[in-house]
Design a protein around this ligand. Structure first.
Ligand SMILES: Nc1nc2c(c(=O)[nH]1)N[C@H]1C(S)=C(S)[C@@H](COP(=O)(O)O)O[C@H]1N2
Ligand SMILES: [Mo]
Length: 189
């Protein structure tokens, strides 16, 4: 083998090696690069938006460990069939939760979205309200809460274990439709 052929072969082998290495970097069945914070995980509640400090991802266990006031009460519900019922919920105040996470002074609205895309939108003032009512009982006053237990059953912590619950804005308010089940995202802007 002459010297020139040897050099050519070495160069060729080097080029092939580089191409293979280059390809393996892109096509090697690697997980696509996805922003971790944008991945919807079934056990995580995401709090995000321009009205809060960064993106916060919380499991049920983490929320329970935040030393927020635990709210346990029978919440009055009116649905669109005119049915009036009470449901027992255990959870925490949504406003207290957001405050702990860090709400900016500029925040105006809160969008609460579920796993199935169902969502409601509230102003910050709505979220702060502590006097949602029960049209049948003038003594009741409710906060807007994120509940993890309904009628004595804790939601499965691996299956979107959060529900938005509140009383009525005014008598006749069909409030049950606002009880967003399986909340995955709270966006504050
Ligand atoms: N995620 C989600 N939450 C939801 C809904 C929905 O379609 N998806 N429907 C709402 C309506 S219209 C009503 S009346 C109640 C029904 O609650 P229930 O399924 O616990 O009876 O859930 C509310 N929350
Ligand atoms: Mo409903």
């Amino acid at each position: 083998m002459n010297k020139q052929l040897a050099i050519t072969l070495v160069l060729l082998i080097l080029m092939i090696a580089m191409v293979v290495a280059g390809c393996s970097g892109q096509n090697n069945d690697q997980e696509p690069v996805i922003e971790a914070d944008s991945v919807a995980e079934k056990n995580v509640l995401i709090i995000e938006g321009s009205g809060v400090v960064g993106i916060t991802r919380l499991t049920l266990q983490e929320i329970q460990g935040m030393q927020l006031d635990i709210i346990e009460d029978y919440y009055f519900a009116l649905n669109n069939f005119g049915t009036k019922q009470y449901f027992f919920f255990k959870g925490v105040s949504l406003w207290q939760l957001l405050s702990k996470v860090g709400v900016k002074d500029t925040a105006q609205q809160v969008v609460i979205t579920s796993e199935d895309g169902y969502s409601v939108i509230y102003t910050i003032a709505d979220v702060k309200r502590e006097d949602y009512l029960d049209e049948t009982n003038p003594e009741k006053k409710y906060k807007m809460i994120i509940a993890w237990e309904e009628n004595g059953e804790v939601y499965d912590p691996t299956q979107y274990p959060f529900r938005l619950v509140m009383g009525q804005k005014e008598p006749g308010d069909i409030n049950k439709q606002n009880w967003v089940a399986k909340v995955i995202n709270i966006k504050v802007d």
